[in-house]
Write a protein that binds this ligand. Structure first.
Ligand code: 13P
Length: 256
């Protein structure tokens, strides 16, 4: 992973609906991604498109990632793919523990197995955490702490340099900038997450772990989330499906 660069990750989720559209979207994003200097772009398409897209891109300005992974190396696990397989086709990143997967049954224990197996394989792990709602007693902070603690159980210190945390509050996903987090709230979360990781390892290591924000990122809120919010980058959902909107976010990140 390239440190000291903003990391802007496109999570295409289950879009677009054809390979032809995926190639067109990729070409559109490439135009801006190849020009920015201080920003690393990562594209996480549906895995069926991953090797096709990778096949015709040899540059280093865009890296590829998978949206999920399984923890076993090989065997009778229909529908799954291993960290080694993802790495073998040239992807460098993997999103783990996205709330849309947790909603459909992924547990903290499963997230932990995926994190450990992927870190061992040398993939950059984008670990997603996020609360459904914010309660007045701030119990959601305990919930987030547990998501981080359980995901990193047994992770070796030497592999933590490949860890990225994506803070994606569920209440802010799939909306508009007006419904997203405020920069001062992001700043609080940035400090909170660093403190927790410091507790598990040490301050120096904790401060080397990039913290991304995800949830209705658009050009309107991107700059302040990076400057005042101190986010090290973004995990972008629906606005990564529009190359000009995503390009705007890339340019803002590059100049922030
Ligand atoms: P949106 O950007 O569509 O809110 O999605 C965020 C997200 O879930 C990225 O992983």
């Amino acid at each position: 992973m390239i440190k000291n660069k903003k990391l802007i990750v496109a999570n295409w989720k289950m879009n677009p609906t054809t390979l032809a559209e995926a190639k067109k979207l990729f070409e559109g994003i490439k135009k801006t991604a190849s020009k920015v200097r201080n920003t690393q772009t990562v594209i996480c398409p549906p895995s069926v498109y991953l090797s096709e897209l990778k096949k015709f891109y040899f540059g280093h300005k865009i890296a590829f990632g998978a949206q999920d992974v399984f923890w076993e190396k090989d065997g009778p696990y229909t529908g799954e793919q291993s960290p080694e397989m993802i790495k073998d086709i040239g992807a460098k990143y993997v999103i783990i523990g996205h709330s849309e997967r947790r909603e459909r049954g992924e547990t903290n224990e499963m997230v932990n197995k995926k994190v450990i197996a992927s870190l061992k394989e040398g993939l950059n792990v984008i670990l997603c955490i996020g609360e459904k709602v914010r309660d007045l007693q701030a119990l959601y902070l305990k919930f987030l702490e547990e998501e981080i603690r359980s995901a990193l159980l047994g992770a070796q210190k030497k592999n933590i340099h490949n860890l990225i945390i994506a803070y994606e509050p569920i209440w802010a996903i799939g909306k508009t900038a007006d419904n997203a987090i405020f920069p001062h709230q992001m700043h609080e979360m940035y400090i909170f997450i660093k403190k927790i990781i410091t507790g598990f390892y040490d301050k120096k290591l904790a401060f080397s772990v990039p913290i991304l924000y995800g949830g209705s990122v658009e050009s309107y809120n991107a700059e302040l989330l990076l400057t005042q919010g101190e986010a090290d980058g973004f995990l972008v959902g629906h606005n990564s499906l529009n190359s000009s909107k995503f390009g705007e976010i890339l340019k803002i990140a590059d100049n922030s």
